[in-house]
Design a protein around this ligand. Structure first.
Ligand code: NAP
Length: 264
């Protein structure tokens, strides 16, 4: 299926590894002009080379931390400057916040996590939405978590700020949906990345299990009987980015092998 994104400009943040990397790879495979972002220039360069080798596409880079005030705007500007027709597709993503229960979290971690998970996405949107509205076409795709659908006790910070981002995404879908721009969130369950290994280590530390035992539990508590692969999320992101998804707006799409148990 041709997704209709040949030549569209796409910015993927948090893209040197994991879910962001897989999304950037998939968009490049579909012919989008991709700019990738993460904090580490070295990791980003390696990621760009991998995508270029696999697809033959040119991949642009902006190495900058998304969280400090003003950086999301700088990333948006530097990305847009590298593409002749600006940014049509944004995949908004960063690393995850530390796991832990409420009383384990120092006070400053709440504002840090708000910057990481919520303000970065809001500021990126503020910087890039006007261009999409002008061109009457755009795709804002936010990587959140199934924690935004079904909160998990030791992912308090994720539960709080992804819920906020979900409200933001849903509101913008209503406010701007008539201008050809869609706003959707994808909600990964357990997907095999560096972040999942970190989470397994944190749970092993607090439960007395080994990391392998925790990883086995992730798979066993997922109805699919396994954890997901980053490419399985990337395919949904690419579909949402394309022309066939033009009537999907304000959705919160779980990609979790059946893990969350809510009815809606
Ligand atoms: N994997 C899962 O099972 C799962 C499930 C639910 C939700 N999620 C969420 O989905 C998101 C992506 O997860 P992942 O598994 O792909 O994580 P990951 O493997 O840790 O990758 C995170 C990516 O974000 C970049 N990054 C981190 N902080 C950044 C910042 N401040 N500014 C710019 N880039 C930043 C990292 O690169 P640099 O180090 O180069 O900056 C890396 O490329 C996270 O928010 C995670 O919590 C993941």
């Amino acid at each position: 299926m041709d997704l209709g994104i040949q030549g569209k400009g796409a910015l993927v943040t948090g893209a040197s590894s994991g879910l962001g990397f897989a999304a950037a790879m998939r968009l490049a495979q579909e012919g989008a002009e991709v700019v990738i972002n993460s904090r580490s220039e070295d990791r980003l360069k390696q990621a760009a080379h991998k995508i270029e080798n696999a697809t033959g596409a040119r991949v642009r880079r902006v190495a900058l931390d998304l969280t400090p005030d003003g950086n999301a705007e700088k990333i948006a500007k530097r990305a847009a400057e590298q593409l002749p027709n600006g940014i049509d597709i944004v995949v908004s993503n960063t690393g995850g916040p530390p796991a832990g229960l409420f009383l384990d979290q120092p006070k400053e971690r709440f504002s840090e996590s708000a910057d990481l998970l919520l303000h970065s996405a809001i500021n990126l949107t503020r910087a890039l939405l006007p261009g999409m509205l002008e061109r009457k076409w755009g795709r804002m795709i936010y990587i959140t978590s199934i924690a935004a659908i079904q909160p998990m006790e030791d992912l308090l910070l994720s539960n709080i700020y992804r819920a906020g981002l979900t409200g933001f995404c849903r509101t913008l879908a209503s406010t701007y949906g008539m201008h050809g721009v869609t706003f959707n969130a994808v909600c990964p369950g357990y997907i095999a990345t560096e972040r999942l290994k970190e989470l397994a280590k944190a749970r092993a530390g607090s439960s007395g299990q080994t990391v392998d035992q925790v990883m086995a539990t992730f798979a066993a508590t997922t109805p699919a009987g396994r954890v997901g692969q980053p490419e399985e999320l990337a395919s949904i992101i690419a579909f949402l980015a394309g022309t066939h998804a033009s009537f999907i707006n304000g959705a919160n799409i779980p990609v979790d092998g059946g893990k969350h148990r809510s009815l809606i």
